[in-house]
Design a protein. Sequence first.
Length: 222
Amino acid sequence: MPSPLPSVRATKKPPQTMSNLASRLRTLPASTRQVVVVYNSGYGTSYASMETFEKTNGVWRAKFGKMSARIGSKGFSENHEEGVATTPTGVYSFGSTMYGVRADPGVKYKYHKLVTDDWWNENPDSAAYNSFEHGNDPGGFSEALWEEVPQYNYFAVINYNIPVKVATPARGSGIFLHVMGSGATAGCVSLTQTNLLRVLEWLDPDANPRIVMAPSQNLDRY
């Protein structure tokens, strides 16, 4: 009789690893299940791409297709300063409130519809530097949020320099994810309104989302 075949013990296969930008990231919090990646070919260009990913059963999977984005007119910077049109590199959370000149489109975050005298304080000499304020003009580079149309039809706050770190020169303020205008930004990240709404409506504070911003060759740092 032929020898019996050796028994084969069933082994559980490890989760499949998806090769994508999110799988390259190494510093995201363990609780993060959504990530937005903004990247381009180098530091000196304002043209960028955005990709979105969500983690399911421990695996990062693409959510939406690649989107065209714009960043600061001077590109990315690892040392962003107040008043300089660069977009800071790094990994950041989103502010707890989203804002817009228009009504809440149905986001999962708290939402504030902008009214007259709603400002983003960008005055480094102010105690409330880099925060939302309602009232008188805080001075400096502060933005009259209700007047910025279409860029601030809707936007999310990127928590760069929040809480504020005191520095000379000031490390910068008012870094948002907002509607694309006619060109580059002053340091924010912009998308077409259609794409922005897809992203803002998808972001969920319970998923502890993060945004990663850097030239593509440096994403492995994060």
